[in-house]
Design a protein around this ligand. Structure first.
Ligand SMILES: *Cc1c(COP(=O)(O)O)cnc(C)c1O
Length: 891
């Protein structure tokens, strides 16, 4: 290859260790299992071994024996199989149950501990929890990973084969759902008495297949083989009401003649990292009552009534597959109210039965001191009128008291400024489905607008700030409802929080500036480093100790090693090993061969115009044209990997996928290209695939139009895993550049201010097309059918959009992007400098731990304190819990 330059190490395959063969029964008891970190070219001294293993738990002989016993017991009693007939899935379930057994005592004790100490509870309400797999995460957080690896090795099985039998819990679309999952991990790790509340979708995000270059959706039947991580709690089933009418009585408003659906809770344990805390994620599943449809109009048609139970149970059937897009469907509104109504009943029951409220008279005055509810976007916004309904109609509080408590209880996180994503529910829908809530929303609005009349004569401002929009069909603006009904409103990165304050919600922030905050997103270093990149995690632990896992700012210590040749070599070797492993995975699963010495240039996230996969595609074609123009000129080899799901109803996103796969077809089959350039469409991007591709990435693509990506979290995962970023000054990229130094990222393109100025002047795509010859060539090729010879007009919707109504200004950033990509290639030719820049990025990634994010939510919004207190493990007597509780109360 031409990647030449100084070849003193790196980019060559000479360091690659052969794949370790599967173990057999009776293998050695030392650290011998295949997952042991990959940077072990030479045998380790005992001291090195001890250093290396403790980060993933101790491999005691008794531990391993105990785990093997548990595994065999579950294979026999739970799976009812012997080793002759057991399938890989049986082995996965046997191990899952064995690991789960280690959670149970801690889970029960944590909940006992919360009862004894009665701390303020934090409720994270979200329509999405994008959890991915649980097995390895549980092993990591319980410190069981090394012992399990060894046990499975001694049983003659392959751990990765077992792990790959687990279905992802894909109950999310992208960043918003994955953020909720990272937050649960951090809340448990920081010892907060926290609960995740959501919906147990029977079908999560669809599985994506690529057929003839097009996206095809398949249903995600993730529960088919059973879910060992959940516990159904039918005894805590709760009713949720829909439809009906409001009756005004002497005792106040009554919501009557409703249809009832039951909400059945399923609990999933959320282990903290090595602290014996196990919190709960409670997901609701819709069940028809047993008398459903048998009382009224359907009397006599028993069979039909039973068949109609599906109608009620459809509420929790399927996750809506839209990312950053609002689709005003009735079933979705039912989902939103379903989770809210069930959750608030649970919250209030727990408040009423808490130790102090059981003795003494009940008062809700202390409710905001005992309960914090965080709304993950406006999706659970109906919680605000629902809590008001409970307080006013059922608990008989007066309106002002109820409103004061409600506002002090809720906080709202905004996740996007894209207008098409903001929820605005038609009044007509609310009127039939939730008539009492609509009344309450009108009453909230009236009082809110009365306050507004403090700005006399400013009718326009009042119209803009109303909860009810009156242009065209009447709609309730859910973001406005959330802002008015919360004591805190936050954006998810500095730049986004500023846009909220000065632009989208400007009038609100002028009215109540103290409400508005920033909480820059983060990711959990357990899943996104320890679990997915053991080689790097161990190398860092060897260099700076293990404490960084719980205190990610300690990564800064790596700055002392940027000039350490041995460390530089080790870092680049870990990356090279990860790249080779990923290349082997692609070859095994998809029969595609890639060049492991090339730049792995990765763009994975939901397919959306604002994320500008098209800009990347134009660059790919530009590189191709340059190779064809000068086939013998030096070229730094690249593998461009693009992946992500398009919402099934999003035409343009689906066309973008087809364009990328068509371009890939042409480039990958052109002999002139050789191994200089390859384009891979990564099918079915999801949490588990992110864990595989991110550690193997050299270059992370974060190229949204400035001002459109609220934060991004993919950007942080790549940074932590030793990729360099090419990106715009958008979302958290801005803070990444601040932390690492702008010179250590590849920043290009317009700033938010420049985008705004261009919107003022008017964006003229044609001008760029005419003045940039390479851009003209690329667009002409797409337009003329160069990549779709059988259907020359296939991509006209794309080219028309780019010329005539491109809201995201792809052409305006093209030139700056291509130039910046040239700098990337130039640096890659200097492997030492590249790796030094990687080290500086890893050293600067500490801010982006979700532990930091959650600590800020805890102290600045929820009014709770993180602790590093360790709940006494199940091996200690029950009294230890009360003792720890007493000690805690004294603090
Ligand atoms: C982190 C993550 C995302 C979010 O990625 P962005 O680049 O921030 O949009 C989406 N999907 C999956 C599977 C993820 O793990």
């Amino acid at each position: 290859n031409n990647c030449g330059g100084q070849v003193w190490f790196f980019h060559s395959l000479q360091h690659v260790t052969p794949a370790v063969a599967n173990g057999r029964e009776g293998g050695p008891v030392s650290v011998s299992s295949p997952r042991a970190s990959s940077n072990m070219a030479t045998p380790l001294t005992d001291q090195e071994k001890r250093k290396q293993i403790s980060i993933r738990g101790i491999v005691g002989v008794e531990n391993v024996a105990e785990l093997k016993k548990g595994f065999n017991r579950h294979l026999h009693f739970t799976l009812v199989k012997d080793r002759n007939v057991a399938t890989p899935r049986d082995y996965y379930f046997a191990l899952a149950h064995t690991v789960r057994d280690h959670l149970v005592g801690r889970w029960i004790r944590t909940q006992q501990f919360y009862y004894e100490t009665d701390p303020k509870r934090v409720y994270y309400l979200s329509l999405e929890f994008y959890m991915g797999r649980a097995l390895q995460n549980t092993m990591v957080n319980l410190g069981l990973q090394n012992a399990c690896d060894e046990a499975i090795y001694q049983l003659g099985l392959d751990m990765e084969d077992l792990e790959d039998m687990e279905e992802d819990a894909g109950l999310g679309n992208g960043g918003l759902g994955r953020l909720a999952a990272c937050f649960l991990d951090s809340m448990a790790t920081l010892g907060l008495a926290a609960y995740g509340y959501g919906i147990r979708y029977e079908y999560g995000i669809f599985n994506q297949r690529i057929k003839d270059g097009w996206q095809v959706e398949e249903a995600d039947d993730w529960l088919r083989h059973g879910n060992p991580w959940e516990k159904a709690r039918p005894e805590y089933m709760l009713p949720v009401h829909f439809y009906g009418r409001v009756e005004e009585t002497e005792e106040g408003s009554k919501w009557v003649d409703t249809q009832v659906v039951l909400a059945m809770p399923f609990d999933t344990p959320i282990p903290g990292y090595m602290n014996n805390t196990v919190n709960t994620m409670r997901l609701w599943s819709a069940r028809a009552p047993n008398d459903f449809n048998l009382r009224d109009f359907n009397v006599g048609d028993y069979i039909q009534a039973v068949l109609d139970r599906n109608l009620a149970e459809n509420i929790s059937r399927v996750l809506y597959p839209n990312d950053n897009f609002f689709e005003g469907k009735e079933l979705r509104l039912k989902q939103e109210y379903f989770v809210v109504a069930a959750t608030l009943q649970d919250v209030i029951r727990r408040f009423k039965t808490s130790k102090r409220n059981c003795s003494g008279p009940l008062s809700f005055d202390s409710f905001p001191d005992k309960v914090a509810i965080q709304l993950n976007d406006t999706h659970p916004a109906m919680a605000i009128p629902e809590l008001m309904r409970i307080f006013v109609d059922i608990e008989k509080l007066d309106w002002d008291t109820a409103w004061d408590i409600t506002k002090r209880t809720f906080a709202y996180t905004n996740h996007t400024v894209l207008p098409e994503a903001l929820e605005r529910w038609p009044v007509r829908l609310l009127e039939t489905l939730l008539p009492r809530h609509l009344q309450i929303i009108y009453q909230i609005n009236q009082i809110h607008l009365d306050v507004m009349s403090l700005f006399p004569g400013d009718l326009d401002r009042m119209r803009k700030m109303s909860l009810v929009e009156e242009y065209g069909e009447k709609k309730v603006n859910m973001a406005h409802l959330c802002i008015v009904g919360s004591h805190a409103v936050n954006g998810v990165a500095e730049i986004h929080s500023n846009i909220i304050k000065t632009d989208v919600f400007r009038d609100f922030s002028e009215l109540e500036p103290e409400k508005f905050q920033n909480k820059t997103n983060g990711i959990t270093p357990r899943r996104w480093l320890l679990l997915c990149n053991p080689g790097l995690a161990d190398l860092i632990a060897e260099a700076i100790g293990e404490e960084y896992v719980k205190d990610l700012m300690q990564l800064q210590k790596l700055n002392e090693l940027v000039d350490d040749d041995a460390f530089i070599r080790d870092i680049s070797k870990v990356k090279q090993d990860n790249k080779l492993k990923f290349a082997q995975y692609l070859e095994r699963e998809y029969q595609v061969k890639i060049n492991p010495a090339s730049v792995f240039d990765v763009h994975v996230k939901r397919i959306h115009e604002y994320k500008r996969q098209l800009l990347n595609c134009l660059h790919v074609i530009t590189m191709y044209n340059r190779i064809r123009a000068k086939p013998t000129a030096p070229f730094v080899p690249r593998t461009v990997i693009i992946g992500g799901k398009a919402a099934p109803g999003y035409h343009m996103a689906k066309m973008i996928i087809k364009l990328i796969t068509s371009v890939a077809d042409v480039i990958n089959n052109d002999p002139i290209v050789g191994n200089k350039l390859k384009v891979i469409y990564l099918e079915n991007y999801r949490v588990t695939l992110a864990e595989k591709v991110i550690p193997a990435t050299d270059l992370s693509e974060q190229i949204s139009t400035a001002g459109t990506e609220a934060s991004g979290t993919g950007n942080m995962k790549f940074m932590l895993n030793g990729a360099l970023t090419i990106g715009t000054l958008d979302g958290a990229n801005v803070e990444m550049a601040e932390e690492a130094g702008q010179e250590n990222l590849f920043i290009f393109g317009m700033t938010v201010e420049e985008v705004a100025a261009m919107d003022q002047e008017g964006y003229d795509a044609m001008q760029y097309y005419k003045s940039i010859p390479e851009l003209k060539q690329v667009i002409d090729q797409i337009k003329s059918g160069f990549f779709s010879p059988k259907q020359p007009e296939l991509f006209h919707d794309i080219t028309n959009m780019l010329f005539n109504h491109d809201r995201f200004k792809v052409f305006a950033d093209y030139e700056s992007y291509v130039k910046c990509q040239e700098k990337v290639s130039a640096l890659y030719e200097d492997p030492k400098k590249w790796t030094q820049m990687v080290i500086k990025n890893i050293a600067a990634a500490g801010k982006f731990s979700s532990d930091r994010t959650i600590a800020e939510y805890a102290t600045q919004i929820w009014g709770v304190e993180p602790t590093d207190l360790k709940i006494p493990p199940p091996s200690e007597p029950r009294e230890a819990i009360e003792e720890t509780a007493r000690a805690l109360r004294k603090i």
